[in-house]
Design a protein around this ligand. Structure first.
Ligand code: PGU
Length: 456
């Protein structure tokens, strides 16, 4: 419903006329409040409120989020066979969310340790967590860490790390233009735009080959203005599941360094692509090894299953220790008015695991098991489609890596699968392989087969 009067923040002639009208109509509450505080501005909206209408009456309903909204729709569906392949969240073979055993162990230790208190953390978070997170992504023997030229701040998962990094760049970096891949995670353009950066895209995915458009990527980065920021998915690109090879990464690095483009890595899936934490961090480490600067946003949502704990880190690799410490001082000024300081629990879990050799090893085994189950789902889905003789080449299902398969199904086919088979996925045809199980593969294969043969 639209308000009867436009919103106003100062007293305009129209406002005066309206408040006079209210008084004339005998709305005593309005006129008495006005007389109690002579400095209070009388706006048309407050007039509307006094009349019983909402001051928010003109607010337009926003659409659901393209990814998280899929779960909202799924939750409303009463079908007993419904399947949610929308959000990138790991499920067991039984279709249940998974809390890693090592996480339960760490939590138990934390709970039993009576010396632990709930004081505020510093603005940049837990010191141990920050140090260990930097080592996890840059490597234990990283020269940049040894030379103290990395600043790491604990943030609210991957999203918060990207947001803080973006805000820092918008305030302090000379070039406010960021290039993001086309396509990319749907929240990227929103995070960067709201922080005050201008967003452009670079070509990334070729729908014809269902692989990397490497030529297009190089061309677009070549024509980017010097100093522009470039968002790179560290591994397991979302939504395409297509990553550059190490050889291609080398060329990307060379080009970016020669043009002075600033790399901003989004590392939301370290360990999920190959099952190895070190192998998945290789592209990031390659950029750090050349002595140049970069940013990296880390998330522990997927690789430690800490989704709702909102634990992540932003690292900025600088040329010198002095620059890094000045950068850190400014990061504090970004964080303080946003949320003051980060939460303690998730970061304590991560630090407990990363600090202890035995727990770290247990984590890598559990992580590898998650990655392997996803890989096995790819094979099972591919085999099931082949067994059904589904038209088309589905080999990209086994070629792509990480949590998602970018199926190539179009919006109509996705809508058909949701309507007829109660299978929920994002409208771009992305499915979360982590949401599948041996039990649900046949249902998905039937649905894809029907969509590919009946909806063209
Ligand atoms: N970066 C990428 C590339 C992601 O895919 C995600 C999560 C994030 C950052 C942020 O994750 P945090 O939970 O903030 O650490 N993408 C998932 C999860 C759902 C969502 O959209 O937030 C997805 O399904 O795409």
């Amino acid at each position: 419903m639209r308000p009867r009067f436009p919103l106003a923040t100062h007293v305009s002639p129209t406002d005066r006329r309206l408040s006079a009208l209210v008084r004339h109509l005998g709305d005593s509450s309005a006129s008495s409040m006005e007389s109690q505080n002579p400095n209070q501005t009388i706006s048309a909206s407050s007039t509307a409120a006094f009349n019983g209408d909402s001051v928010f009456g003109n607010i337009v309903r926003a659409p659901e989020d393209p990814i998280l909204g899929v779960t909202v729709a799924y939750n409303k569906d009463p079908s007993p066979t419904k399947l949610n392949l929308g959000v990138g969240a790991y499920r067991t073979e039984e279709g249940k969310p998974l809390v890693l055993n090592v996480v339960r162990r760490a939590e138990q230790l934390i709970v039993n340790d009576r010396s632990r208190v709930k004081e505020y953390l510093p603005i940049i978070g837990l010191t141990d967590f920050n140090k260990l997170s930097a080592k996890l992504i840059f490597g234990t023997d990283s020269p940049a860490i040894q030379e103290n030229r990395v600043t790491t701040v604990q943030c609210l998962s991957g999203t918060g790390s990207l947001r803080v990094g973006a805000e820092f760049l918008a305030r302090h970096y000379h070039q406010r233009l960021i290039y993001i891949p086309q396509p990319t995670w749907g929240n990227h353009p929103k995070i960067f735009t709201v922080a005050g950066l201008s967003v452009k895209t670079y070509r990334y995915y070729d729908p014809k080959t269902r692989g990397l458009n490497f030529q297009g990527l190089l061309e677009d980065l070549s024509s980017a203005p010097s100093g522009a920021i470039v968002l790179l998915h560290a591994c397991a690109h979302n939504p395409t599941g297509v990553d550059p090879t190490i050889e291609q990464w080398k060329q990307i690095r060379q080009l970016m360094r020669s043009k002075g483009l600033l790399p901003f890595f989004d590392s939301a899936y370290q360990g999920f692509a190959s099952g190895s934490l070190d192998a998945d961090a290789q592209p990031v480490r390659m950029f750090v090894a050349d002595g140049g600067e970069c940013l990296a946003a880390q998330s522990y949502a997927k690789n430690m299953g800490l989704y709702g704990e909102r634990v992540g880190a932003l690292s900025i690799v600088c040329k010198t220790e002095d620059v890094a410490s000045r950068v850190e001082s400014q990061l504090k000024l970004v964080i303080r008015p946003m949320y003051s300081s980060p939460p303690i629990h998730g970061a304590s879990i991560v630090a407990t695991i990363l600090k202890d050799k035995d727990m770290y090893n247990e984590w890598t085994v559990e992580l590898k098991a998650m990655a392997d189950r996803i890989i096995s789902m790819r094979q099972q889905l591919f085999d099931a489609l082949r067994a059904r003789g589904t038209p088309g080449d589905w080999s990209h299902i086994i070629k792509q890596i990480g949590m998602f398969t970018f199926t190539g199904l179009n919006t109509e086919q996705v809508a058909f699968m949701t309507k007829e088979y109660h299978i929920y996925m994002t409208s771009d045809g992305r499915i979360s392989m982590a949401g599948l199980s041996s039990r649900t593969v046949p249902l998905l294969a039937d649905a894809i087969h029907a969509a590919a043969t009946r909806v063209v």
